[in-house]
Design a protein around this ligand. Structure first.
Ligand code: GLN
Length: 319
């Protein structure tokens, strides 16, 4: 086993869980009306190693929408189907140094990276327009959902229509980003803006729970092979690119500090989920809705800090 003393390890995870549970900082996201209704008490942690050992504590089977945690996954699919070179003709690899939904492009008038809204909207256009362009929006939705399911080893994956509709109703900023990129000719030819915005909101409204998300994280930790089904879902090259950008850009405008303090690739979403990848070891998902001012889950960030205090998972430990 990759973690020989599993019982000893999970005892620590349990301790971190209880330490973080008493943290009552942060506010549940309210700019998407349906998200504002989430119970701030929810708190769950699931772990899945690359050899399939599992541990869960707390609210780990309650569904939440993926939100920005879908961004590394749609980016991975784009890389897988189109290759790095094509994808990065349209989107950069640089942290934006700004909020996740800020109306800003880089000096080439491209979105900074695929982990923030502008970049993920752009990735939606690549998925919709360049991969099997003959597919309808309905077929494309199925296609992406199936990919997500394979990453999760067939575990819980759903869609929350109320969150989708709620976000679309209140999406002035995302539409502004969409139009701003059209003004700067960011999209491939024949892109239909209304369709790709819907597609972006649908990806954000995909549902998972801590358990299924920990399998997704473990698939990334395992170079693209799902540890539960042994299916090769992604190429190692795609996974490398995804983890690189999660490392530098996955925590919005906290990414630099997170890379420094925690040193593990991770991606957060406004529903309070956090996808954490310890390459060649395990995937972790934490979920707690209250967010700090930068949009990361307060308990999730604290959990990661606790984790690297106890274990040498920081990339530059052990040198
Ligand atoms: N659906 C959210 C949005 O577009 C995703 C952002 C996030 O999770 N930070 O605003």
């Amino acid at each position: 086993f990759i973690i020989p003393d599993w019982a000893g390890f999970t005892k620590h995870i349990e301790d971190f869980y209880w330490t973080c549970k008493s943290n009552t900082e942060g506010k549940v996201a309210s700019y998407i009306p349906q998200l504002a209704r989430m119970n701030p008490e929810y708190w769950g942690v699931s772990v899945c190693t690359i050899d399939g050992q599992r541990f869960s504590i707390g609210d780990t089977s309650i569904p939440f929408t993926m939100q920005s945690c879908s961004k590394p996954l749609t980016y991975a699919i784009a890389l897988e189907r189109l290759g790095q070179e094509t994808v990065h003709q349209y989107v950069g690899q640089e942290p934006s140094g700004r909020n996740f939904n800020e109306l800003v492009l880089d000096y080439n008038k491209k979105p900074h990276n695929p982990m923030i809204n502008a970049g993920a909207i752009l990735i939606s256009s690549l998925l919709k327009t360049l991969i099997k362009p003959e597919m309808t929006l309905a077929e494309k939705f199925d296609y992406i959902m199936n990919y997500f399911k394979r990453l999760a080893g067939g575990e819980y994956l759903g869609f929350n229509n109320a969150v989708f509709l709620s976000e679309r109703e209140a999406a002035d900023r995302n539409y502004a980003l969409g139009f701003y990129m059209r003004e700067h000719k960011c999209y491939p030819e024949k892109t239909n803006l209304r369709e790709i915005m819907d597609f972006y909101f649908q990806c954000c409204a995909m549902e998972a729970n801590c358990e299924s998300m920990s399998v997704i994280a473990a698939t990334l930790a395992n170079g693209g092979i799902c540890p539960i089904t042994e299916e090769k879902v992604l190429k190692p090259d795609s996974v490398r690119d995804v983890l690189s950008l999660m490392h530098s850009c996955g925590m919005y405008d906290y990414s630099g500090q997170f890379a420094f303090k925690v040193g593990i690739p991770a991606k957060s979403g406004v529903s309070g989920s956090l996808l954490v990848v310890i390459p060649n070891v395990m995937g972790i998902c934490t979920w707690s809705p209250p967010l700090d001012p930068l949009g990361n889950s307060c308990r999730g960030v604290q959990f990661c800090e606790e984790l690297v205090t106890e274990f040498n998972f920081h990339r530059y430990d052990n040198l």
